[in-house]
Design a binder for this molecule. Structure first.
Ligand SMILES: NC(=O)c1ccc[n+]([C@@H]2O[C@H](COP(=O)([O-])OP(=O)(O)OC[C@H]3O[C@@H](n4cnc5c(N)ncnc54)[C@H](O)[C@@H]3O)[C@@H](O)[C@H]2O)c1
Ligand SMILES: [Zn+2]
Ligand SMILES: [Zn+2]
Length: 344
């Protein structure tokens, strides 16, 4: 098969690669669409690059079932499916509580095993057995369905942040994930303020319904937020970027009794300072969200299919696998909202 193969830091090549086959309990999916996530780009550039190379990145995968391994029931080849990308044990403390994304022995597509920037992908039995292969309704296009994975991470954050109607939410970082938070927060009736350094990104946020956009390279974010909230700050602050210094600054933007969510994955070895008096006396909830549960994923697929949540406007660029290097460049330079690799 053809695949975009990672050989080392920053070294990705479109080349022939062995086509996977399905062992007992496994499946092989012929990929129809594969989403490009900031996490893939971070990994490619070295943050969390797997030890065993070469490998294939990509964890946002939809397609048709190509091969079913021995013992897999309830599915047929040719069925259209969206894939929850995390392989989990289903038996540890966290899996039993439905918090599969925190599984003690988790691994997943593009993170431990080969992922979705290829014509075919093998799904391990750990994904199949927990219901991670979700059948898509006929009416749902592959393009829309491929947004289910990143959207589900936003739904997980919405749940963790307990955003309510009328809350003011500040989203720091108006990249694709920031826009996804915007969509979910608006869907429950929150007022959303977005901050970024790039006007072109804030422009997109405005078009998608942001109530206020602040360019923090030209305006003082704290002052502007205060002005917009009667001096209070935001009930919920989501840091949708992985820069520790920006996360630290964002702590001061939350209102008393509010919640801060560290959503973007920061690099190792860069701690930040937190005043325990502030956490205590202001009853601040400091939380994080990492990926999503299979339940979040299934619910997101349903909501996209029913049209309850709109995703098409997130897709700005469509690529073929042959133009993967171009896609990586555009993603690195933050030139697109969301890029999707489409297959015949
Ligand atoms: N938790 C999860 O489940 C999950 C899922 C997907 C992605 N992520 C992570 O979420 C983060 C955001 O993803 P993305 O695809 O939107 O990334 P992105 O890099 O495209 O977006 C980050 C944005 O932050 C802006 N920014 C940088 N410095 C800023 C500052 N000082 N003030 C305001 N804005 C600033 C950038 O201009 C950019 O638009 C990444 O770290 C990604 O790895 C987390
Ligand atoms: Zn992702
Ligand atoms: Zn587990």
């Amino acid at each position: 098969m053809k695949a975009a193969v990672v050989h080392g830091k920053g070294d990705i090549r479109v080349e022939e690669y062995p086509t996977p086959s399905a062992g007992p309990g496994e499946m092989v999916v012929k990929i129809k669409a594969s989403g490009i996530c900031a996490t893939d780009i971070k990994t490619l550039l070295g943050q969390g690059l797997p030890k065993h190379l070469p490998t294939i990145l990509g964890h946002e995968v939809v397609g048709e079932i190509h091969e079913l391994g021995a013992g897999v029931t309830g599915f047929a080849t040719g069925e259209r499916v969206a894939v929850y990308p995390i392989a989990v044990c289903g038996e540890c403390h966290f899996c039993k509580k439905g918090r599969h994304n925190l599984c003690e022995s988790e691994f997943g597509l593009g993170h431990g095993i080969e992922g979705g920037f290829a014509e075919y992908v093998r799904l391990p039995k750990e994904i199949v057995k927990i219901g991670g292969v979700v059948k898509m309704p006929e009416s749902l296009s592959f393009e829309k369905a491929v947004m289910a994975e990143p959207m589900s991470c936003g739904l997980a954050a919405l749940r963790a942040n307990r955003v309510e109607k009328g809350d003011t939410v500040l989203i720091v970082g108006a990249g694709p994930m920031g826009l996804i938070h915007l969509k979910w927060c608006k869907s429950v009736g929150a007022r959303v303020i977005m901050a970024d350094l790039l006007d072109r990104r804030l422009e997109v946020a405005k078009q998608m319904g942001a109530d206020l956009c602040i360019n923090s390279s030209t305006a003082n974010l704290k002052d502007e937020l205060k002005k917009a909230t009667g001096g209070n700050g935001a009930e919920v602050v989501i840091t949708s970027l992985g820069i520790p210094a920006v996360i630290e600054e964002s702590l001061g933007l939350v209102r008393k009794g509010g919640t801060i969510n560290i959503f973007g994955g920061p690099p190792a070895g860069q701690p930040i300072t937190i005043d325990p008096r502030w956490l205590h006396y202001e009853e601040i909830v400091l939380t994080g969200s990492f990926a999503a549960t299979p339940d979040d994923f299934r619910k997101t697929v349903e909501m996209i299919a029913s049209g309850e949540i709109e995703v098409e406007d997130l897709i700005s660029d469509r690529f073929s696998l042959d133009s993967m290097l171009d896609a990586v460049e555009r993603a690195k330079n933050q030139e697109m909202v969301r890029g999707v690799v489409l297959f015949d």
